[in-house]
Design a protein around this ligand. Structure first.
Ligand code: G3H
Ligand code: 13P
Ligand code: NA
Ligand code: ZN
Length: 328
């Protein structure tokens, strides 16, 4: 059955677990997530970016969600809009069956310019009011994701469009978080703590200087009843970098967010953990392996089956380590 983010995260807070939010663009990712969840009895958050919606189409996504919930009747699913940038994106998602939306007002609607406090509060409050009228949940974001090493907001496309940020933009302030949640009435709050989107988060294994889990602890101490969200939470595991590079890929050595640091976050109020890059790497690694090992192969299922298995393995591991398993 479909459930809202609020329903799921209230339960997660009660029981002290976290929920991975995996991005979905196609049927194969949907099946991999649901197979993993069914294996360990975990509730699911699937999220679609604006890019995913234009890739698959709203009608396709709507029916895919319905199909997956029919195929797995015992697994609760929250369908969430990832990084909505205005009212229209959020409301049209709800209209197409999403039960939750992120209004990301940390950036202006162009998603390239850090937003003012007033802009973020006003647009997030408006979206929360409208979403709550129709029973959907809302995630807001305070603080801008980006690297504490370089001060860059590392966009996935490496465009550098957001430019240099100061440390107080890159770390969410606990007092501001309290005011922001009071004013906007969001159901969950995404915070900035040194993570960034994509594969290139840290140039060496992160330390307390570059990945500020301690900031999450400070925020949690200030707003213990608010469900916190960690974006940019791929671990970029070495075995997937190796898989890609062993089969002709050229990914420079990089470091993601260690799973044990996420586990520490979950002890301090993190309830939703956004993961996309790891699953992209799992899929692409297996595509490369099949392409190189079986150059005569041209049945796409021979590529997608091992890709789904690799992704399922990763999803299952996160369900288990975050304590989601057993809570469906
Ligand atoms: O927030 C970023 C997610 O990884 C989605 O990425 O916009 O390329 O679909 P995307
Ligand atoms: P990653 O790029 O670390 O997977 O983060 C995904 C994310 O935050 C989606 O909103
Ligand atoms: Na989101
Ligand atoms: Zn994100």
């Amino acid at each position: 059955a479909l459930i809202t983010l609020r329903q799921l995260l209230d339960h997660a807070a009660e029981q002290g677990y976290g929920v991975p939010a995996f991005n979905i663009n196609n049927m194969e990712q949907g099946l991999a997530i649901m197979n993993a969840a069914a294996k360990c009895d975990a509730p699911v958050i699937m999220q679609a970016s604006r890019g995913a919606r234009s890739y698959a189409g709203d009608i396709m996504l709507k029916h895919m969600i319905q199909a997956l919930s029919e195929m797995y009747p015992d697994i609760p699913i929250c369908m969430h809009q990832d990084h909505g940038n205005n009212e229209q994106t959020c409301l049209s998602a709800i209209k197409h069956g999403f039960t939750s939306v992120m209004m990301d007002g940390s950036l202006e609607a162009d998603m390239k310019t850090p937003a003012s406090w007033d802009y973020n509060v006003e647009i997030t409050e408006r979206v929360a009011r409208m979403a709550h009228w129709v029973g959907a949940s809302v995630e807001g974001e305070l603080g801008v994701l980006g690297s504490l090493e370089t001060g860059e907001a590392a966009e996935e496309d490496g465009s550098g469009a957001v430019g240099k940020l100061s440390e107080d933009q890159l770390l969410t302030d606990p007092d501001e978080a309290l005011d922001f949640v009071k004013l906007t009435k969001v159901d969950a709050l995404a915070i900035a703590c040194g993570t960034s989107h994509g594969a290139y988060k840290f140039s060496s294994k992160p330390t307390g200087e570059t990945l500020a889990i301690s900031q999450i602890e400070k925020i949690h101490a200030k707003i213990p009843n608010v469900h916190l969200v960690m974006h940019g939470s791929s671990s970029v595991p070495q075995y997937l970098q190796d898989l890609i590079n062993e089969y002709g890929g050229e990914m420079p050595q990089t470091y993601g967010v260690p799973v044990e640091e996420i586990e520490r976050g979950i002890k301090s109020g993190v309830r939703k953990v956004n993961i996309d890059t790891d699953n992209r790497m799992a899929i692409t690694g297996q595509f490369r392996k099949v392409a190189q090992e079986k150059p005569s192969e041209f049945d796409p299922r021979k590529f997608t089956i091992p890709a789904m298995e690799e992704m399922e393995k990763l999803c299952l591991d996160r369900f288990q380590r975050f304590g989601t398993a057993g809570n469906a």
